[in-house]
Design a protein around this ligand. Structure first.
Ligand SMILES: [Zn+2]
Length: 188
């Protein structure tokens, strides 16, 4: 079983550029990837499948409750691997490219990250390298997984590409190919 996470959603739109919201693009890519995995007979659990976060209405800290609920799903026993799918932003608008973050001191997470970065490089020409990630999702993960920043909304090239269905499809295919390769290595 593979686990996918499309980050943000609802009131938390994530990174924004003009009328483009990160969470919308995340969800598009995630749904495309979900379709590919299901078609191949794999099982997918989404932490969100629509434009909603996971917090209850009465909460005084939406972000925290949303993250906590996602973490519970992602740490489920039946999860083989998880992907947290995001878009990045940076003050220097020249910075671009898809980049994969892995869990510190986790060899399998690093191995998976390397595979995904390789496929994203082939598919999109990203010049980025994998990096140890200091994120809530990675720091609290019990299962093997990665956080993928599919590109920078702050960079004009990445932004133009990321809203295109064909580019989203390319990224989803690269992620799918990576998952296939990762499980092939596990089986060897
Ligand atoms: Zn994000």
């Amino acid at each position: 079983m593979r686990k996918l996470q499309s980050a943000h959603g609802g009131k938390d739109g994530g990174t924004r550029s003009g009328n483009i919201e990160e969470d919308d693009v995340n969800l598009q890519i995630t749904r495309k990837l979900e379709e590919k995995i299901k078609k191949a007979g794999g099982k997918v659990i989404l932490t969100r499948s629509e434009d909603k976060d996971l917090a209850s209405e009465q909460t005084d800290n939406r972000k925290k409750e949303d993250m906590k609920k996602r973490m519970e799903i992602m740490n489920g026993e039946q999860v083989d691997v998880f992907l947290s799918i995001h878009l990045n932003a940076y003050p220097d608008t020249n910075v671009k490219g898809a980049q994969v973050f892995y869990k510190a001191d986790d060899q399998m997470s690093e191995t998976f990250a390397k595979i995904v970065q390789k496929h994203l490089k082939q598919a999109t020409g990203s010049g980025m390298e994998i990096k140890k990630g200091d994120y809530y999702i990675l720091n609290n993960a019990k299962n093997i997984g990665i956080l993928v920043e599919c590109g920078f909304l702050s960079n004009p090239d990445d932004r133009d590409n990321l809203v295109k269905k064909s580019y989203q499809e390319k990224i989803a295919q690269a992620l799918y190919d990576s998952i296939r390769e990762y499980f092939r290595i596990l089986d060897e």
